[in-house]
Design a binder for this molecule. Structure first.
Ligand SMILES: Cc1cc2nc3c(=O)[nH]c(=O)nc-3n(C[C@H](O)[C@H](O)[C@H](O)COP(=O)(O)O)c2cc1C
Ligand SMILES: [Fe+2]
Ligand SMILES: [Fe+2]
Length: 409
């Protein structure tokens, strides 16, 4: 069966989303070699119907066709926008051309963004607080404010009768959905999917919002809202692994550290890279696992994903125009934006003549809140045996310090 039509989620709830394997960079930033899905859901009650989130404009035709195969679009009563990011809203102006009676349901902050993004007048229902409900006839939608999941505008929609939570970006994944089903039970090796595609998505899109994930999960618990089905707007719909995906998102948000050290490095001609082998040895001697990344070969999102539960990192940079190597500088910028600084860190690097980069990197890491362990290891040209020994010792010290600090024995 090919993924060319709407797919059933449960009685009266249909997936009318799309897969996108054309976009190279999600948000113009994150590599998505396996694509991504934009999930949109049509909920049809005995009296009324509602569309929950839409999709990227890139797939407007396909989205409209799927809706049209289930319902005359003029019969859509509500378009619920949980979050205004254009990957979930940019087909709305077109949908409104066909569904001119539909009311757009959104939070007060989303209303402002909606007006500024699309500059159109439409009837709206502005949802404040957590008690607003819309009855579609045997299907009751309740709205729960969930700010910063992923923007300040965000809310979730809860289908009361089915105990189904439409969480928009939260609990989402990269990776296109398989053909024929959107359910987690139909995904081969769902554990790997959650640990890979969802973790990477969390790292890139959500890691700066960790405290809000914790707050939202607590709020759902406090409101006594049971989630039987979790239907995000990217990736699979969870009915079997609801707890499992929530536990993962909580563990990345808290975080739950493990005995590993991430070693991202830049290296133009392999001089700085020579330190990596003894660094791995040092980390392993301390009982940890070393995860290394040549930043010229791997995208920074891979580093962020590994850093979620790593208590330490060792960063390598050659000196480049008297500065930190640009690929390392980019990672530094992302670590700052995603607030991933509460960790032990060490620095190493080769240089040709002036050698400013390791010191500058160490200074900038300290400003961000990293705890610098040892002195930056800056070596002119090719590292000697003595230099390599120092790298191993530095790595071992960093790993031991970080593991001790986090109670990882
Ligand atoms: C474009 C360019 C600019 C460089 N700028 C500096 C510099 O300002 N100061 C310095 O000490 N070395 C500089 N170097 C030399 C490198 O830092 C040196 O070759 C180092 O060993 C490279 O390590 P790698 O092979 O790990 O990249 C520069 C090299 C290149 C290619
Ligand atoms: Fe978003
Ligand atoms: Fe999104």
């Amino acid at each position: 069966m090919i993924n060319d039509g709407p797919l059933r989620v449960s009685s009266g709830v249909h997936w009318v989303g799309v897969n996108d394997t054309e976009t190279k960079l999600f948000e113009g930033l994150w590599e998505i070699p396996e694509g991504v899905s934009y999930n949109s859901y049509l909920v049809i009650g005995s009296e009324k119907s509602a569309l929950i989130d839409s999709v990227s404009k890139l797939k407007e035709r396909e989205h409209l066709d799927k809706i049209g195969s289930l319902i005359n679009p003029s019969k859509i009563d509500y378009i619920i926008l949980n979050h205004m990011e254009p990957d979930h809203t940019s087909t709305v102006p077109k949908i409104l051309e066909f569904s001119s009676n539909a009311k757009v349901v959104l939070s007060p902050i989303a209303l402002n963004i909606f007006k500024n993004f699309y500059r159109l007048e439409s009837e709206t229902v502005v949802v404040k607080g957590d008690d607003v409900k819309i009855d579609l006839g045997g299907k009751t939608l309740r709205f729960i404010q969930s700010p910063w999941l992923h923007w300040p505008d965000t809310m979730c929609t809860y289908l009361v009768e089915e105990k189904m939570l439409f969480s928009c970006d939260a609990f989402g994944s990269f990776k296109r959905l398989p053909n024929g089903s959107v359910m987690d039970s139909d995904i081969e090796n769902i554990d790997q999917y959650m640990d890979g595609a969802s973790r990477k998505y969390f790292a890139g899109v959500f890691s700066g919002q960790r405290e809000w994930v914790l707050k939202a999960v607590k709020k759902i618990e406090d409101l006594d809202i049971e989630i039987r089905v979790l239907a995000p707007s990217h990736g699979p719909v969870y009915s079997v692994n609801v707890k499992e995906i929530i536990i993962r998102w909580l563990s990345w948000s808290r975080p739950n550290y493990v005995k590993k050290v991430v070693v991202p490095f830049g290296s133009m001609y392999g001089m700085t890279a020579k330190f990596v082998e003894p660094i791995i040895e040092g980390i392993e001697e301390a009982g940890g696992k070393a995860i290394t990344f040549n930043l010229s070969e791997k995208p920074p999102i891979d580093v962020l994903a590994e850093m979620l539960d790593a208590p330490a990192l060792l960063i390598g940079t050659p000196t480049y125009e008297r500065e930190i190597f640009p690929k390392v500088k980019q990672l530094l910028n992302l670590l700052e934006l995603k607030k991933l600084s509460d960790r032990s860190v060490g620095v190493f690097g080769s240089f040709g003549w002036s050698g400013e980069a390791p010191r500058k990197l160490a200074e900038q890491l300290a400003v961000l809140g990293f705890r610098l362990v040892g002195n930056p290891l800056a070596v002119i040209g090719r590292p000697t045996q003595e230099d390599l020994k120092k790298a191993k010792e530095l790595a071992k010290t960093i790993a031991e310090t970080a593991f001790l600090e986090r109670g990882l024995q």
